[in-house]
Structure formats: structure tokens, C-alpha cells
Design a protein around this ligand. Structure first.
Ligand SMILES: *Cc1c(COP(=O)(O)O)cnc(C)c1O
Length: 371
């Protein structure tokens, strides 16, 4: 019996998501400690202390199922974002929400549209359903931001089959963004037979006046879904909690395919507290901006190219096949992210860490590149 032949069409051709290498795995392989992981855009400061305290107090109720409706977290999000509770869908990470969108709206008869170099989860959720993936070429630098989403190219691929359009703003792994005018103009021309998912996983980190908060468009565009997460700036990647904001009608459909208890009880309480800790978020953002400019400057000094980034990571061009550089960095105890699977074989994505982690990375990079 060949299980492959029994698998659903779309699943047969799937390649699994490639995560950043876990610290424990490298420890086992090399027998070393003090590893610096800058591979998954995690917050080097960790979560808010208030979130940790909330988790601690929730531990004695682990025998209970979580609140499947996520009442407290939805209320906190609704108040903070000035949206209705019925517009929010909670997910086991925003990844979960992206999958809910695919399950609720895609089928073998329809297609999803996204850009070259876009976040890897979009092709996975699309193919798993058996829907067609339409991939628009990214900007090549002749106009628009090199490696960034080319909205004209995307618009030209929209047809009657297009049911979901995924846009990461800013995008991972490129760090590129679409400004208010560009994204607003695109939303205006998308027919109402297609949903637009604007994935704002790095929203909190963005420090750019012309960056649009897509929530402001929800009333104008009923086909818009905005996704955000507690994994990045809020430092709760390990707990898996994210959310979508949409029209109540879309949220109702997502809720139909959602697992009844998709967000665990520790994640629910931690996220509520994380939201209320503006100080911790501020520290996180400041540390990131400082680290990001330091890394950009360091790349400039070394004559290495990079893609200007609005996120908590910098994608650098090592000017050669990045795979051996990645491997050599591992042996130095530094984990970064190779992104050949994103069509960027000469690039490495480096998460902005603490000052000392960033310095460790730079020193290792210098040794590896012989600089
Ligand atoms: C990290 C990331 C996510 C999702 O992360 P979750 O941990 O599942 O919330 C979504 N989109 C982009 C672009 C990301 O980089």
C-alpha cells in the first residue's frame, strides 16, 4: 500500500513548511551551548512580565477546557482596535487563521493569488486545499521596491477563479512594504468576488509614516481580512495566538471551520495581559529599531547588500550562494534563516536580536566571510 496514492491531490505535491532550526537541535548536533538563534523573528526580550504572571496564575486551571469563544481576549482586542467583537476570529497563531481562510473560501475550483517571495504559508494552505496557486512576479527593481509585491502584476492575474489574495505587509522574508496609496488603490480595483487578506504580522514594529493600517479600510472594503499575531512583537510565539479582523459575516464563516478550542487557555490569558503592557511593547520596538539600523549600517560597512526592512529582521545579500554561509554560521553557534526556498538563494534572513546577539552574529559573519 502506497499512502501517497491515497492522499488528496493537493497534499501529494506539498512540501512542508521549513521552520528555523531549533536551538536544541543544533545543541544535539554540535554538542555546544550558548547558541544564538536569530532565525524565526522572535522577540529577544521575550513576552511581557505581565503575560508571564497571568500564565502562572492560570496553571491551576489546566484541567478545564479553554473558553472556546475567547471572550476576554476578543473584548480586549475589540476595545484596543476599535472594532466589534463579532469582527474578530482568534487563531492558534495567525497561521491558523490563514488556514481557516483557505478552508472556508478556497476549493479545487478556485485560486489564490500572492506574490513571488511572499510568506511561505500562503502556498501551503492553498495547495493543501487543492486550489490553484497564482504567483505574481515581484518587483525587479526597475520600478517599485525590489523584491516587493508588484500590485500591477498581481492585479493582471485576477480572474473569475480568484477567490483569495494574500498580501503580507510588510512581507516576510523580504521586509518590503506597500504604502497607503498603493494598497488602497489595489483594494479599490479588486472585484468583490475575491477576498483580500492583508497579513500584518509585523504591524507593531513598523515605523514608517506612509505605512497603512489596513483596519481603517474594513468599512470601505467588505472583502478585506486583516491578520495579526502575538508571535512577533508581543513575544508569545511559543503559545500560538493570532487573530483576524474582518466583517462579521466573514468571521462567522471562519468560525464554522474553526476547531472548537483552537486557542489554548494560557495563550488566551497571556495575550490579554500582553496587549495591556504598552511599556514592554515600547521597549521591544525601540530595541528593534536600534538593532535594525545597527545591522543595516554594519552591512553597509562590509559592502554587503540588504533589503530595507520594516520588520524585526534584515534580509542580507551575501553575494554568493548563502547555503554554505548558513552552515558555517551554525558551526559558530549562530542560527539564521536561509531563504532559497523563497527564491532568494544568495540571501540570509537575520532576526534583530539584543545588542549582544547582534554583535555575536556580526563577529561570526566576519569570521565566516573572512572579513
Ligand atoms: C510569522 C508570520 C506569521 C504568523 O505567525 P504565527 O506565529 O502563526 O502567528 C504570519 N505572517 C507572516 C508574514 C509572518 O512572518
Amino acid at each position: 500500500m502506497n499512502p501517497e496514492q491515497l492522499a488528496a491531490q493537493g497534499v501529494r505535491k506539498l512540501t512542508p513548511y521549513l521552520p528555523g532550526k531549533p536551538i536544541g537541535e543544533l545543541e544535539r548536533e554540535l554538542g555546544i551551548s550558548n547558541i544564538v538563534k536569530l532565525a524565526s523573528n522572535e522577540n529577544p526580550l521575550g513576552p511581557s512580565p505581565k503575560a508571564l504572571a497571568a500564565i502562572q496564575s492560570a496553571l491551576n486551571e489546566l484541567q478545564l477546557y479553554p473558553d472556546g469563544g475567547g471572550f476576554d481576549l476578543k473584548a480586549a482586542l475589540a476595545a484596543k482596535l476599535n472594532v466589534g467583537v463579532a469582527q474578530i476570529t482568534l487563531g492558534n497563531g495567525s497561521n491558523d487563521v490563514l488556514e481557516l481562510v483557505a478552508r472556508a473560501f478556497l476549493s479545487v475550483e478556485t485560486s489564490a493569488l500572492f506574490s513571488q517571495h511572499a510568506f511561505a504559508v500562503y502556498p501551503i494552505v492553498t495547495q493543501a486545499i487543492g486550489a490553484t496557486a497564482c504567483i505574481a512576479k515581484a518587483h525587479d527593481g526597475t520600478r517599485g521596491m525590489r523584491y516587493g509585491h508588484d500590485l500591477e502584476a498581481m492585479a493582471s492575474l485576477i480572474d473569475g477563479k480568484t477567490r483569495v489574495i494574500f498580501i503580507a505587509n510588510p512581507n516576510n522574508p523580504t521586509g518590503t512594504f506597500l504604502n497607503r496609496q498603493e494598497l488602497g488603490g489595489f483594494l479599490r480595483i479588486v472585484p468583490d468576488t475575491a477576498l483580500v487578506v492583508v497579513d500584518e504580522a509585523y504591524f507593531e514594529y513598523v515605523n514608517e509614516p506612509n505605512y497603512p493600517n489596513a483596519l481603517e479600510w474594513l468599512d470601505e472594503f467588505p472583502n478585506l481580512i486583516v491578520t495579526r499575531t502575538f508571535s512577533k512583537a508581543y513575544g508569545l510565539a511559543g503559545l500560538r495566538v493570532g487573530y483576524a479582523i474582518s466583517s462579521p459575516g466573514i468571521a462567522d464563516l471562519l468560525n464554522r471551520v474553526r476547531q472548537p478550542f483552537n486557542v489554548n487557555s494560557l495563550a488566551l490569558v497571556a495575550a490579554v495581559e500582553a496587549l495591556s503592557d504598552g511599556e514592554h511593547l515600547k521597549r521591544t520596538i525601540e530595541l528593534n529599531l536600534k538593532g535594525l539600523s545597527m545591522l543595516e549600517e554594519a552591512m553597509g560597512n562590509r559592502g554587503l547588500g540588504y533589503i530595507p526592512s520594516l520588520g524585526n529582521f534584515l534580509t542580507i545579500d551575501v553575494g554568493r550562494n548563502a547555503s554554505p554561509v548558513y552552515e558555517a554560521l551554525l558551526r559558530e553557534g549562530v542560527i539564521v534563516r536561509p531563504i532559497a526556498n523563497y527564491g532568494l538563494p544568495d540571501h540570509l534572513r537575520v532576526t534583530v536580536g539584543t545588542e549582544s546577539q547582534n554583535q555575536t552574529f556580526l563577529a561570526a559573519l566576519d569570521r565566516v566571510l573572512g572579513l
